[in-house]
Design a protein around this ligand. Structure first.
Ligand SMILES: [Fe+2]
Ligand SMILES: [Fe+2]
Length: 494
């Protein structure tokens, strides 16, 4: 029987998110009407029921603008639905924050920049600008139909407010773009608040009666407070959204890569060799991610945790061994099994510790389905050529993201560069090139969207960094002096 395909059926989660967000906002608008109109809903609908229908239509139109933005930009967004639900939730929270502050504190202190901050940290700059643009119109519509222009005065709920909301949110997105810490966020909000307050004053200058200067000073102060409230609220609610929607923000990534992160502390104490290796891979991965326009903070964090699976048996991995090698006493099959399980063990450990899935996925994928050459070779020698390559290969999956691919290459390049004496750019280039080519031959990049151009940028970045990271210490002259400062004998150089 032929399958019946319903157009857009794959987006049902996205449509559900839109419907849920819309319903929530309409219910909230009804609540505002009950609060703002003395006669309640009955009087409101008798007098301006058609206005409510207009508002409903406007809000639906604005919600669809966001929906169609993703329809053309990133359809996976609609298929998953979760992110779209987050966006409508953020809009709802921002509308609630603005209306509550406007109603119970001051109309001038509404935290217009809140949504800009939240979308910037939970999504990215481009999405934040689009969502903030829609939000400013949405707030304008809700203001207009639930409190009425006449009730609030056209200078506040009218076009000036629309303009200030849009400009303040957009400015917040621009000025907070480089913020990496929560402290930095507060400093940014001070800059933003001053700009917003001056801008607000200039926008309303034509209708300003400067003889009432006390009022304008108060408005100036309220606008400053509005931006500060936005920043503080953003910092307060961000962790909630990070956890509920399992989103990564620059703040969470910073915390995960700080020296006090519990699993990194464990790695430093229990597997110091792996810890040092991870630090170098993190530097390399960060540079590569920057070079190809990927999320450098995420690359760095994922690299820090890529080998935590080795915590299960740290002594089985070369970088943590001194003289004794446990593998001398094991069969190559058992050795390979221990080595390859570190990818899956890392994933399990990270998921159990509630670390972000993006980081856990990298731990599982960073060796793809590559063979463990050393033990395969040992098995071939011991068995006289009777060994199955599958028993000596990682279990996968292959890297599913560009960041996992970067870490796969940086990981192998770091280990190879550590093992060689000649770290001239030419030699490092030869090694990194062969690492990338081998992985291409073994089809390791077929599950991610990395391009040939990006692979060659990664190769150049790694060569530049590794020739620098592992440079040889300058050799000291092999002469020793006595107290009389005379050369007494030559010693073996370091
Ligand atoms: Fe590894
Ligand atoms: Fe590694």
């Amino acid at each position: 029987m032929k399958e019946i395909r319903i157009p857009g059926a794959a987006h049902w989660r996205g449509i559900l998110a839109l419907a849920g967000g819309y319903l929530l906002l309409i219910l909230y608008a009804l609540l505002l009407i009950v609060l703002n109109y003395a006669g309640g809903l009955r009087t409101y609908f008798a007098e301006q029921g058609s206005g409510f229908l207009s508002m409903g239509a406007y809000i639906l139109l604005l919600f669809f603008i966001i929906y169609y933005y993703y329809y053309f930009e990133d359809r996976d967004f609609l298929v998953r639905g979760k992110e779209l639900a987050l966006i409508y939730t953020l809009i709802f929270v921002s509308v609630v924050a603005c209306t509550l502050v406007g109603r119970y504190f001051s109309l001038y202190a509404r935290p217009f920049a809140l949504l800009g901050f939240l979308c910037l940290f939970l999504f990215n700059r481009r999405q934040a600008i689009v969502i903030n643009f829609v939000f400013s119109m949405l707030l304008f519509v809700i203001d207009a139909y639930t409190s009425g222009f006449e009730a609030q005065g056209s200078d506040i709920s009218g076009y000036a407010s629309l303009l200030i909301c849009f400009a303040s949110g957009t400015l917040a997105i621009f000025v907070a773009g480089g913020v990496k810490t929560r402290g930095g966020m507060l400093i940014t909000s001070v800059v933003l608040s001053l700009i917003t307050a001056v801008m607000g004053f200039l926008v309303e200058l034509p209708s300003t009666d400067l003889s009432d200067w006390i009022f304008y000073v108060a408005v100036f102060g309220y606008r400053i407070m509005g931006c500060m409230i936005a920043a503080v609220l953003a910092l307060f609610v961000l962790p909630l959204f990070e956890v509920i929607f399992n989103r990564l923000t620059v703040f969470r990534l910073r915390e995960l890569t700080s020296a006090s992160a519990p699993m990194l502390q464990r790695l430093r104490v229990e597997a110091p060799g792996t810890f040092n290796h991870s630090l170098i891979v993190a530097q390399l991965a960060e540079s590569c991610a920057l070079a190809i326009g990927e999320n450098a903070e995420l690359a760095r964090a994922a690299a820090y945790y890529h080998d935590v699976g080795k915590l299960k048996q740290p002594e089985c991995f070369t970088e943590n061994q001194t003289d004794y090698n446990v593998h001398d006493e094991l069969t190559p099959e058992l050795s390979a099994d221990i080595i390859r399980s570190h990818a899956k063990d890392g994933y399990d450990l990270l998921m159990a510790a509630h670390l972000p899935r993006e980081i856990a996925d990298v731990a599982r994928e960073h060796h793809g389905t590559l063979p463990i050459k050393y033990f395969y070779d040992k098995a071939m020698r011991l068995s006289g050529g009777d060994a199955n390559i599958k028993d000596y290969s990682y279990l996968g999956p292959k890297p599913s993201t560009r960041i996992a691919a970067i870490i796969m290459i940086a990981d192998a390049s770091e280990a190879a560069a550590r093992a060689i004496r000649d770290r001239s750019p030419e030699n490092v280039e030869r090694i990194v090139r062969s690492i990338i080519e081998e992985r291409m031959d073994l089809d390791q990049f077929s599950e991610c969207s990395i391009t040939m151009r990006e692979l060659s940028i990664i190769r150049r970045t790694l060569v530049e960094a590794l020739s620098g990271v592992h440079h040889h210490r300058v050799k000291y002259p092999a002469i020793r002096f006595n107290r009389a400062r005379q050369a007494v004998k030559e010693e073996k150089e370091e």
